[in-house]
Design a protein. Structure first.
Length: 196
């Protein structure tokens, strides 16, 4: 590989690294998707098993057709949710939304939170902390309040949680971030991160 190609590849890697700063807690989002997928499957497993048993025992072609349709509808409910993060112009600093649209859970954050660096190019730790706290809080709504009717279908896909839901999401977010800090402390202790 020549120097020109190495520089091109280095530039692509840099773009990905720079862009990844906007997506704090991406691993936590993936873990949330996994947990929601498994919880949903477990919730619907008895109903699924019942439908499959009825399908095996049914001989009437019309009834089989109806049972298969019922099974397809159940599969749509069990479909794994995807969590997407987007940044919107109209959201003000510190505000965010978590909502479900067509099986996708969207976490919308303010666009002005995408810039996590100072003019000098140095990482702005305060801005990064604020983004991580907001992201962890919204993940709290997703994992704790996903079954809440308004999370599934609120006015125009959004819902303002209040009171106890906000308190729970705040607590979840602070606990998650503290656990991540402890994990990072272990990872970066004694240069461990250089070994992986």
């Amino acid at each position: 590989m020549d120097a020109k190609r190495k520089n091109e590849i280095r530039g692509i890697a840099k773009r990905i690294n720079d862009e990844s700063e906007k997506y704090q807690l991406a691993h936590a989002c993936q873990a949330t998707e996994h947990i929601l997928r498994n919880d949903t499957k477990e919730h619907y497993r008895p109903k699924h098993d019942d439908i499959v048993a009825r399908l095996k025992n049914e001989t009437d072609p019309e009834k089989i057709k109806g049972i298969r349709k019922e099974l397809e509808e159940l599969k749509k409910k069990v479909a794994a949710p995807n969590i997407k993060i987007d940044y919107l112009e109209h959201l003000s600093w510190g505000s965010a939304r978590a909502y479900r649209i067509n099986g996708t859970i969207r976490i919308s954050l303010p666009r002005d939170m995408t810039c996590l660096r100072k003019e000098s190019g140095e990482l702005d730790i305060g801005r990064m902390r604020a983004l991580r706290e907001l992201m962890a809080h919204e993940l709290g709504h997703v994992i704790l309040h996903n079954k809440h009717a308004n999370m599934k279908a609120g006015l125009q896909g959004t819902h303002e949680f209040g009171g106890e839901h906000e308190e729970e999401a705040n607590f979840f977010g602070s606990e998650l971030l503290e656990m991540r800090r402890k994990r990072n402390d272990e990872l970066y202790k004694d240069g461990n991160y250089r070994k992986i």
